[in-house]
Design a protein around this ligand. Structure first.
Ligand SMILES: NC(=O)c1ccc[n+]([C@@H]2O[C@H](COP(=O)([O-])OP(=O)(O)OC[C@H]3O[C@@H](n4cnc5c(N)ncnc54)[C@H](OP(=O)(O)O)[C@@H]3O)[C@@H](O)[C@H]2O)c1
Ligand SMILES: [Zn+2]
Ligand SMILES: [Zn+2]
Length: 352
């Protein structure tokens, strides 16, 4: 074991503070990364503040961060995928059993023996896993992704969660040219969804609560932008969408969106508000609409997404911050005031 520098919260109401955590020395299949950038996902905030206490209570101290890009510093003797000096990336998962049907299907995110990157029992240390708000991390090579050389690293980090979480359901539900796609909520996930829907050739409509984001949505690739509260504008889209991705981090009325789906249309929720949402069943019965969820994506698909981004020159629009600004960044995230992802420059942790 060795000590790594990190930023941690000590309770649901504490601010982040500099601390030190124990990491394992790389074992034979492990890759050790010096973390260069880590994105701030709204899930980090949900968990740092124990907002998902019903589903996955937070164990303190908690070090979030699952949008990690780094430089390989050490590899175990059996590692073939990476060597020291390579770039590598880590998303929301750091381990699974690799033997169950889900793992064999490349859907590690649904493995019953999955280990998430933070706030999850750590088989090696006996404590919980610690995420990317840290200067280094040690991860099995299977869960380390190759980073395309042509992409900006600060903007690549958010692809590891916001990117794959929006790419995967779009691929699953067949978003292509000729389809009409809605994106609800223009935050970290939402802005990636717009970039992917546009790159896949779909007619893309953004629904936002923030008038200040209308022009940005168009720049990101939206064909149309609708302010949520504008009932007239909403009504124009009734019964017309093939697919809607809902990436809102808070409770809201989803029935308005269900009713915008065409026959056999699907709305997928990736946003994870802690409390149940009310679903009007009649909206689903008519036109055989469906309502589903989606969780990140498997390792092979995450690599596919990174390669798609490399080909289409897609990264996240980031505001790069030093780790010392993380508390302020969280307050802005609550106010939907980020354009469109915070990416922490981890070199700033060296000063602590
Ligand atoms: N399923 C998964 O695998 C997965 C993966 C990652 C994250 N998530 C979840 O997805 C959600 C979005 O994450 P994110 O990182 O994209 O968050 P984010 O950057 O904070 O974006 C959320 C967006 O939702 C919209 N919104 C509307 N009403 C809101 C309200 N009352 N409070 C907050 N936001 C509101 C805002 O967009 P407008 O300003 O455009 O209205 C906001 O920018 C979170 O719940 C997160 O935990 C799920
Ligand atoms: Zn995330
Ligand atoms: Zn498995």
């Amino acid at each position: 074991m060795y000590q790594a520098k990190a930023y941690a919260v000590a309770s649901a109401t504490s601010p982040f503070a500099s601390s030190s955590i124990a990491r394992r020395e790389p074992t034979e299949n492990d890759v050790q990364l010096e973390i260069l950038f880590c994105g701030i996902c709204h899930s980090d905030l949900h968990q740092a503040r124990n907002e998902w206490s019903g589903m996955m209570p937070t164990v303190y101290p908690c070090v979030p961060g699952h949008e990690i890009v780094g430089r390989v510093t050490k590899v175990g003797s059996a590692v073939t995928k990476f060597k020291a000096g390579d770039l590598g990336a880590v998303g929301c998962m750091v381990d699974s059993d690799r033997t169950c049907p889900e793992c064999k299907a490349g859907l590690e995110q649904f493995c019953a023996n999955l280990t998430l990157t933070y706030n999850f029992p750590d088989k090696h240390t006996g404590g919980v896993t610690y995420g990317g708000y840290s200067d280094s991390i040690v991860v099995d090579q299977h869960f380390v992704l190759r980073v395309p050389e042509n992409l900006d690293l600060a903007g690549t980090a958010p692809l590891l969660c916001a990117g794959i979480t929006t790419y995967s359901p779009m691929r699953h539900w067949g978003v292509t040219k000729g389809k009409k796609v809605g994106v609800v909520g223009l935050g970290g996930l939402g802005h990636m969804a717009v970039k992917f829907a546009h790159a896949l050739g779909a007619h893309t409509v953004v629904f936002t609560t923030s008038p200040s984001k209308i022009e940005d949505a168009k720049r990101l690739g939206a064909d149309e932008v609708v302010l949520w509260r504008d009932a007239n504008e909403m009504a124009k889209h009734a019964g017309s969408f093939d697919f809607i991705l809902d990436a809102v981090a808070a409770e809201h009325d989803i029935n308005a969106y269900i009713n915008m789906l065409a026959r056999d249309g699907n709305i997928t929720l990736v946003g994870a508000p802690p409390n149940p949402l009310a679903v009007g069943v009649f909206g689903l019965l008519f036109r055989r609409r469906s309502f589903s969820g989606s969780l990140i994506g498997g390792i092979a698909e995450t690599q596919e997404m990174l390669d798609f981004c490399s080909k289409h020159n897609i990264t996240s629009d980031v505001e790069v911050i030093p780790i010392q600004k993380v508390n302020e960044a969280y307050e802005r995230l609550v106010r939907s005031d980020v354009k469109y992802r915070f990416s922490i420059d981890m070199a700033s942790l060296k000063a602590e």
